[in-house]
Unconditional design. Structure first.
Length: 477
């Protein structure tokens, strides 16, 4: 059954192979600059800046690029491998925690998630994080407490992939190990476990911060400064619940059914739920923010499904429970909108035809300009990464070292700063191809700025889906 689950995951990845999110190209630009000997910079010859939050992935991409390979292809391969590893891990490492039947069902649930496969090929670190979170949590959730070094090693990788990585380890340690410190009979063992499970990830984080401080002169990547507390309270969580309400409700039931250390499976999902409050909803199509805990949600939901089917079937149906449960769960996840295969495939096609098409059109125009042309753009992914070394001003300043000093800037201040940089070209997203209607408030402010009068409309970049409401208007000085 695990083999079949792996085939399903690979089939979904193949179906969504045309998807590569714009944010993935940000990491690629940094990686390729590093591989070319330019250093840790956004613009060749510019200041050091950390506009990415996945240093391990950027390092791998840089190594592949330096060796003559494709950085985005490397990220996608790692994502698919990470997804396959999760499918296998929820079964192999899940059996000692939730039992054979639930582990089988969970493997199918994990593999049948179309959003999970979408982000496997999306070019980001999402499924690598999912694998580390899954392996580490399953290890410590074993009845005997598991192998602490293995769990600690998994958690130690997380800070190098996502800024919130250490928080996952801290939450699992706090819930699973700290209570043992207050009981005389378990104090010594608990102390050893806390020191290893907590200490190894903390040391990993310290090494990262020392490197970050030495390279960039700060302790937090720009994304944390930019996104934290910048979103509406429950937008990210509500989006996930809309797309995965049934599995989430089943996961809650599963958390109640489980006993003892197995309940630690619920800790990372709860942590991500709390962490989503007030987080900016960007690059979060089909709930990328929650994909790192999808395998754990699948395990918890599988416990509820297995228990329910067993209660209905009794002893006579014991051998059919895993097969029937897996089939029902897999079909529901594959077919239940809005996270079903058809809906995700349609969204991926719209994204590619609409946004990627417009960006490729803008790129074609930019490549006709002199190599020293500078341009400003808001969706600073594909276009900057493939602009053949042209200098880029990020309208959101996510890729500018300035926000380490100022914090997140109001959109009118961003407009002033963009014009202060005096780029040769402004690439602004518009909702209308005939007249400019800013896709973002920042772009509207840039367009309305008095200095824009020095620019003329030179090109309107539109994808094959002209009616999709995303066009890039190119203004040239």
């Amino acid at each position: 059954m695990v083999g079949l689950s792996a085939v399903v995951h690979l089939a979904l990845c193949w179906l969504f192979r045309g998807f590569l999110t714009d944010d993935a190209w940000i990491s690629v630009r940094y990686a390729e600059n590093l591989a070319a000997g330019e250093g840790f910079v956004w613009n060749p010859g510019g200041p050091r800046v950390e506009g990415f939050s996945n240093p391990l992935l950027v390092a791998v991409e840089a190594l592949v690029s330096w060796a003559g390979g494709s950085a985005p292809a490397a990220a996608r391969v790692l994502g698919v491998v990470g997804g396959l590893a999760c499918v296998v891990a929820v079964y192999v490492a899940g059996r000692p925690v939730v039992g054979e039947s639930a582990a089988r069902i969970a493997s199918v649930l994990t593999a049948c998630s179309a959003p999970f496969a979408l982000w496997a090929v999306g070019g980001l670190e999402t499924l690598l994080v999912a694998f580390a979170v899954t392996v580490g949590t399953l290890e410590v959730a074993r009845r005997d407490g598991g192998r602490v070094l293995r769990a600690a090693a998994a958690f130690a990788v997380l800070p190098w992939l996502r800024p919130e990585g250490l928080a996952v380890a801290a939450a699992v340690v706090a819930v699973g190990e700290v209570p043992g410190l207050f009981r005389a009979a378990t104090r010594r063992r608990a102390l050893r476990r806390v020191l290893v499970l907590g200490g190894v990830p903390v040391c990993s984080q310290v090494v990262l911060e020392v490197a970050r401080l030495g390279i960039y002169g700060h302790l937090l990547p720009n994304s944390v400064v930019y996104k934290s507390g910048a979103g509406d309270a429950l937008t990210v969580l509500e989006k996930f619940l809309q797309q995965a309400l049934l599995p989430t409700l089943l996961a809650v039931v599963g958390a109640v059914v489980l006993r003892g250390r197995a309940r630690l499976l619920a800790v990372p999902p709860v942590l991500y739920g709390l962490g989503s409050i007030g987080t900016l909803d960007s690059a979060n199509a089909y709930s990328r923010f929650f994909m790192p805990v999808w395998p754990l949600v699948a395990l918890l939901a599988a416990v509820a499904i297995g228990a329910g089917l067993q209660a209905l079937a009794g002893h006579r149906g014991r051998g059919l429970v895993p097969v029937l449960g897996a089939a029902v769960a897999g079909l529901l996840v594959l077919a239940l909108p809005p996270g079903d295969v058809r809906s995700v495939a349609a969204w991926q096609e719209r994204y590619t035809d609409c946004r990627v098409g417009a960006r490729e059109s803008a790129l074609d125009w930019l490549r006709t300009t002199p190599p020293d042309t500078s341009f400003a753009i808001s969706d600073a992914g594909l276009v900057p990464a493939r602009a053949e070394g042209r200098s880029v001003v990020d309208n959101f300043f996510l890729n500018e070292s300035l926000i380490q000093e100022t914090g997140r800037l109001p959109f009118r201040e961003r407009a002033d700063l963009v014009h202060d940089r005096a780029p040769d070209v402004l690439v602004l997203a518009s909702r209308d191809s005939e007249r400019f209607v800013g896709y973002y408030p920042t772009e509207q402010a840039i367009h309305e700025h008095p200095a824009t009068s020095a620019y003329r409309l030179a090109h309107v970049a539109t994808g094959p889906r002209a009616s999709c409401g995303y066009h890039l208007m190119v203004f040239q000085r």
